[in-house]
Design a binder for this molecule. Sequence first.
Ligand code: MF3
Ligand code: CO
Length: 254
Amino acid sequence: MAVSIKSAREIELMRQSARLLEDVFSGLEEAIRPGISTKEIDRLGEKLIRAHGCEPNFLNYNGYPASICVSVNDEVVHGIPHAAHILQEGDIVSLDAGLIYKGYHSDMARTFGVGKISEEAARLIAVTRQSFFEGIKMAKAGNHLFDISNAIDAYVTPHGYGIVRDLVGHGIGTRLHEDPQVPNFAQKRKGILLRAGMTLAIEPMINMGRADVEWLDDDWTVVTEDGSLSAHYENTILVTDGEPEILTMSGKCE
Ligand code: MF3
Ligand code: CO
């Protein structure tokens, strides 16, 4: 398993890629409202990505047919946008998007409430977000990769939520998915030693009910088996000798 260490030049390109993606996300967040279709969200996202002179990295990735993954309520990730799928007040919607800037990939996800949402749904979104921050505290040179996984699990599990095990975070750089895989649940081993210059996409996916997921017949959309709500929170980050740098959080996006 070869985990790439980015040079100073590459890190700067990753930073720029991530900043542009953050900008795309703030445009998408503003568009979320009851009545918008998931297809309109995808079209807006693709337009914003291309307006920056970038390419959507999800489009045609292993045949994925859109630029933005739009996953509603019990859809965990990789929801395919449809014109007939209209967001309703009270839904929660996970947007996952990425782009390529001068050959460098960024990847990011957030779950938003549509209009007013239940307290339970808001709590799921908040815990999912915080689990990322618990994990990233461990993303320092000299720590081991699975310190991140263990920290996410230790924070989420007492809430009684199910941590998705079938999908994981990943290294990122000149490819969307690079080594290593970054699980969000406790591991028996330590994992690789983290080194400055590694860039990772850390992305907990948390279900209100059980952890089990299944794939719909479209071969993409991942849903919770028990029909419970699911939330997703992802950033592209840089491991340094000190505090990690959250490349997709330079200021515009919570
Ligand atoms: N952000 C997603 C991930 O890391 C990428 C989705 S690939 C796509 O798994 F093909 F679904 F777009
Ligand atoms: Co990802």
